[in-house]
Every structure is written in structure tokens, then in C-alpha cells.
Design a protein around this ligand. Structure first.
Ligand code: GRF
Length: 208
């Protein structure tokens, strides 16, 4: 049976689109994007999913208490029998309730080499700090911001000529590449977690 992915987003949706491309091209084999959920109205991400004929749902989060909101999301993800939840530009912290419903089954992509520059505008933070290398991170999600065990990272050089926009573009290209790779690793079960270390295993089904 195909593994079912649920994507949560709040905006543009380019990482969602990269995942959808990878599923369609077989780079993430035996998988299906079951549902794309946005916590805001009018997102480009939902337009992109609709254009691809992928099921979507908009559940506005404004003004709702964290767990009360998350219960609505979890209900939809369960109804859709989702195996893996991918946050893709989802601008909300998850409640402990949500995390417990999907243990080691929630991933996030962040545009910095964590643990440096968590939070918002990481590319601008990196540029202003003056680092010579920046990048992106795919990690498991826990209750803290941009903090769970790291699955994959990719590095890009910061050039003297870079602006926040050019650096973001370079990082985004790597985000699109490593998010699909990480999803494949996790869906294959080709990993184990020791402390904070996510260790890739050579053969399949080692995790389950
Ligand atoms: C990406 O930079 C991602 O790393 C961060 O939010 C941005 C979302 O972009 N978490 P998109 O909506 O996937 O285009």
C-alpha cells in the first residue's frame, strides 16, 4: 500500500510542489500526497495543490488556541490515514498533543543550518551575522521551535555579492532537493535515532 503524506503549509508552497514532483517522478516511491492543509485563506500553496488535483483543506487558525486548533488538523490527518506529516512553510508551533499523535512522523524544512538561525528570516540573519556558509535542514518536529533531531542538511556558500534574495534562492534549491530525499529515507524506515542523532541504515525497514 502507498504511504500517505499530509502536507501543512501557510504560504507559497514551493516545498510542497517539490515533494509532489518527487512523488510523481518516483523519486519518493510508493507514496501519495493525501491532503494539503493550509491554516490561512488564499495561499498559493493551496492553489498549486488544486491545480494538481490533490485534495486540499483550509482551516483558518487565527484566534484559536493551539491545541484546540491542532485537534482539528489531527482529525483531518487521521481521517486521511496519513503516515507522515510534512510541514512546508507552516508558520505555527505544534502542540504536544499533535506531536504525540504522530511520534517520529512529523518533518519540517528550515532555511538554515540548525541550530544556527532558528525562527523567522533565517537567510537574512545568516547574511547579517556574516557566516560564509549557509544552508538548510530537514528535521523531526518536536514541541520546540526548529529543534528536533536532524535528518539531512545541505550547505551553500555565502558570496560577498549575495543579498537576502539571492541567498534565499540558492538555499531554496537545496531545500527542494533534500526534503524529498529525507521523506524517502523516513518512509523507507532506513534510519534509527540515537539520542539526537538520526542514523541512516543501509537496508530497509530497520526502524519498524
Ligand atoms: C521555506 O524557506 C522553508 O524552509 C521555510 O518556509 C519557507 C517556505 O517556502 N520553513 P515554500 O512555501 O515552501 O515555498
Amino acid at each position: 500500500m502507498k504511504k500517505r503524506i499530509g502536507v501543512l503549509l501557510s504560504g507559497r508552497g514551493s516545498n510542497f510542489e517539490a515533494l509532489a514532483d518527487s512523488v510523481a517522478a518516483g523519486r519518493i516511491p510508493d507514496a501519495h500526497i493525501a491532503i494539503v492543509i493550509a491554516n490561512r485563506e488564499g495561499t498559493q500553496g493551496i492553489e498549486r495543490a488544486n491545480a494538481r488535483g490533490i485534495a486540499t483543506k483550509v482551516i483558518p487558525s487565527r484566534g484559536l488556541e493551539r491545541e484546540a486548533y491542532d485537534r482539528q488538523i489531527v482529525a483531518v490527518l487521521r481521517e486521511q490515514q496519513v503516515d507522515l506529516v510534512c510541514l512546508a512553510g507552516y508558520m505555527r508551533l505544534l502542540s504536544p498533543y499533535f506531536i504525540q499523535c504522530f511520534p517520529q512522523r512529523i518533518l519540517n524544512i528550515h532555511p538554515s543550518l540548525l541550530p544556527t538561525f532558528p525562527g523567522l528570516e533565517s537567510q537574512r540573519q545568516a547574511l547579517e551575522y556574516g557566516v560564509k556558509f549557509a544552508g538548510c535542514t530537514v528535521h523531526f518536529v518536536d514541541e520546540n521551535l526548529d529543534a528536533g533531531p536532524i535528518i539531512l542538511q545541505a550547505v551553500v556558500p555565502v558570496l560577498d555579492t549575495d543579498t537576502s534574495d539571492t541567498l534565499s534562492e540558492k538555499i531554496l534549491r537545496e531545500e527542494h532537493r533534500i526534503y524529498s530525499e529525507a521523506v524517502k529515507i523516513i518512509l523507507d524506515g532506513r534510519f534509527k535515532i540515537e539520542g539526537r542523532r538520526v542514523i541512516q541504515l543501509a537496508n530497509q525497514a530497520a526502524h519498524r
